[in-house]
Design a protein. Structure first.
Length: 256
């Protein structure tokens, strides 16, 4: 069971949408935050209209973030859980071929976005008796991929941000953890595999095996539901003494 109110970024599609749906199903009020109109469809798929709120939010714009969090608090009376899921894959190319604009966009969405949402959510989380932050990082933040410099650097930064915030917010009993997914089935990873195939001059299935599944213990991609279950656990009372951790959900790829 998850109680209280959660604010989920990147909730218009993919893992973010599934996280929002799972938290609502487990009993939480949920604000679905994203830039795209997909948040309205995502909200309609959740059978709890009085307990969900769709809010257009650009995580790289502090005014947008502040307004979205204030609307969430005004609607539901507080904020207990922040799920920082918004992120982009960034370019797939050797560093010499990556434009500064691509680097900055990846860092702005994947790192600065988490900074801005956590900064504005922190006062409300401190007031909660069950404050929780769950940041979505990646095993690529521990075990980098070739030709993915902006993405892997951003996901390493997320782990550092998580550990620091756990100690900064811990005095007010706010837990802060990161979930590090492995390659997870869905449109985003399909796009990444296609780019890896092109950069390696191999076909899609070969790139999938070489880059993502050959060295997993289970030899397969992760199911999105596995990620949502971990997030729901960390947002629940069962995880009140788990903090400052980066937890892998990766079919057995990384052991640290």
């Amino acid at each position: 069971m998850v109680t209280g109110t959660a604010f989920v970024t990147g909730a218009s599609q993919g893992i973010g949408r599934e996280i929002a749906q799972t938290l609502a199903e487990r009993g939480a009020n949920v604000a679905l935050a994203a830039r795209g109109d997909g948040i309205y469809e995502a909200k309609s798929l959740i059978d709890a209209p009085d307990c969900t709120l769709a809010i257009k939010t650009d995580v790289t714009n502090e005014a947008s973030v502040q307004a979205a969090i204030e609307e969430t608090v005004a609607t539901f009376g507080g904020l207990d859980c922040l799920v920082n899921n918004a992120g982009i894959a960034g370019p797939t190319a050797p560093i010499e071929q990556i434009d500064r604009e691509e680097w900055e966009r990846t860092m702005n969405v994947n790192v600065t976005g988490m900074f801005l949402t956590t900064k504005n959510a922190a006062p409300h989380l401190r007031e909660s008796d069950q404050g929780t932050v769950v940041n979505i990082s990646s095993i690529s933040g521990k075990r980098p991929l070739k030709s993915r410099t902006p993405y892997t650097a951003s996901k390493m930064a997320v782990i550092g941000l998580t550990r620091t915030l756990a100690f900064e917010l811990g005095d007010d009993d706010v837990t802060v953890n990161a979930v590090c997914p492995g390659a997870t089935r869905g449109p985003r990873i399909e796009n990444v595999i296609e780019k890896q195939a092109a950069s390696r001059s191999v076909d899609y299935e070969t790139a999938k095996r070489e880059v993502f599944t050959n060295d997993t213990a289970l030899g397969q991609l992760v199911d999105p539901k596995d990620i949502t279950e971990m997030v729901a656990f960390l947002a629940s009372d069962r995880a009140r003494h788990i903090t400052a951790q980066d937890l892998n959900v990766d079919a057995g790829t990384t052991w640290y």
